[in-house]
Design a binder for this molecule. Sequence first.
Ligand code: GDP
Ligand code: MG
Length: 638
Amino acid sequence: MTETSHIRNFSIIAHIDHGKSTLADRLLEATGTIEKRRMREQVLDQMALERERGITIKMAPVRMRWRAQAHAEIRNPNIEIRNKFEIQNSNTKNTGDECEYILNLIDTPGHIDFSYEVSRALRAVEGAVLLVDATQGVQAQTLTTLAMARELGLAIIPVVNKIDSPLARIGEAKHELGRISGIAEMEILETSGKTGVGVDELLAAIVARVPPPASAEENKIQDTKYKIQNTSFRALIFDFEYSEHQGVILYVRVFDGVVRAGDALKLSAAGRVFKPNEVGIFTPELTRSDTLSAGEIGYIVTGIKEPGVALVGDTVLSAERPLAALSGYKPPRPVVWASFYPESQDDFPALSRALARLKLSDSSISYEEEYSHSLGRGFRCGLLGMLHLEIVSERLRREAHLSLITTMPSVVYSITDRKGVTRSIHTPSQFPDDGTTAEVREPWVRSRIILPQEYLGAVLRLLHTHEAEVGETETFGEGRISLALELPLRELMRGFFDSLKSVTSGYASLSYESGGERPADVVRLDIAVAEEVVPALSRVVGRARVEEDAEEVVERLHAILPRQLFVTKIQAKALGRIISSRTLPALRKDVTAKLYGGDVTRKMKLLEKQKKGKKKMLSRGRVEIPHDVFLKMLRPKA
Ligand code: GDP
Ligand code: MG
């Protein structure tokens, strides 16, 4: 058991790509947590998808050990802290020259879709290392994550990162960071996750500036009967994962007491009692330990196999002497809805299992069963953004080996009919025909964009095409502007972020939060292939954009839809008429040779597909649209 005074729990927060995961690598190295030879880049990004895309999707906790002394870094940033120091912290019980600290780090994702992960991680820690990329300066998510950390009363350690880069503007970045955090510039650290410069100083600052976990004393049970036992166990579930063999594994921050394997525990919300098979810590692999005690971050293997029992934000209590539950998390609000249908209805039970299992490693997903006339049984899922949708759909496909149809994502529309009855529509294909409703309302967001001054004109033009209302503008740092605005969530989801990046050469950043409902002037746009509407491709678009969107969708589908054995019409319909149309020529036998040259496997696949397609066509009389066509249609235009 570690004295709480020797524990520091912290998180690294920043805008995406400012170097959180890379800096975490250096911390793991400097503390000897991971041997150099086992080290790889962004080692905490363990999911295959994270590694492929180079982004963090899930938070990752890890425990490090570090011998250090408080305050050394402020007095003299140049001394070799690791070996030379004296005890100054009177809280520590160590009598020798050094004392060892347990540092629990939770690395977090930076993409806005995953800010729920950040908010959960922050509830488990006392401090936040706020990184700003010296080549980028303060960005929109820097402000959002700082606000989150502030709200929770965390100690904030401001750090300017990537100082090795020739493009680094350290002074400017410090100035901006100082301004937004209210922390004196001289207290802002400088690091490079690439070279490791400043990493020892950062570790020393974490020990010095992050308070130890709140003492369990405060939570001691009043009842004298329990005094002898000291405190009862209480921990916050900030995440979990699922293992086929061990069931649900809770990721917890212990606030009170101690837990061992075999103790009787209770999940507060579900009221479920269980005895853990194992408890342990993150090294970052799950590593068994005898106990987990107040102040620590670790895991509890529950053995519980059914989904829905363990909830993120719930409290784990001692079953015998339960304390009150800790306050949990606000459940995340889904931003977009999309439906998943198995390509073959036989796979429906498999899809159902896969979603339940996915929810056990991503608690932000919400879903319910849905039936579509043409697609059969499927699930409508609430997701936190377009990237989240893409990731979930990819994980389902990979982890469950399922062929899926993913419908066009939509925000939720509130529709009032002529009789005054209001209902919610999440699925574009169910959006009523134009002229049959009394009112349609849609969600809006409040957003902030930070951009270099010279791009203001381009951004304002872009905002106009996305129906945004521009609010206050503020100059920000050197030659940069912070723009407040509101826009329909529908427009934000319509590739706004990618367009923003492209018109500003990647220099603008964006954050947003939900901002109420407003009346919407939107219509349903249907896509028909071979004269048959494909419900998964229906979408709801602004009335003013109908023509443009219709043409774009038809054009795109024409480019990616595999040719059929017959001439195929691709049409976009809205407002009761055909808005756009193109014809896909028939596939001829020799076409494959011309198209694919020497690539025999692809050719075989194509022929195989053609065969299958033919069979299906004959049996069902319609065009089969492969899964990747749906996925490609989801992606914002290149
Ligand atoms: P995260 O999104 O905040 O976790 O950022 P990553 O750690 O994944 O890094 C984003 C990108 O910045 C990667 O391409 C890294 O190689 C690069 N990078 C990270 N730290 C540094 C640094 O200190 N210096 C330089 N020059 N590049 C860095
Ligand atoms: Mg990362």
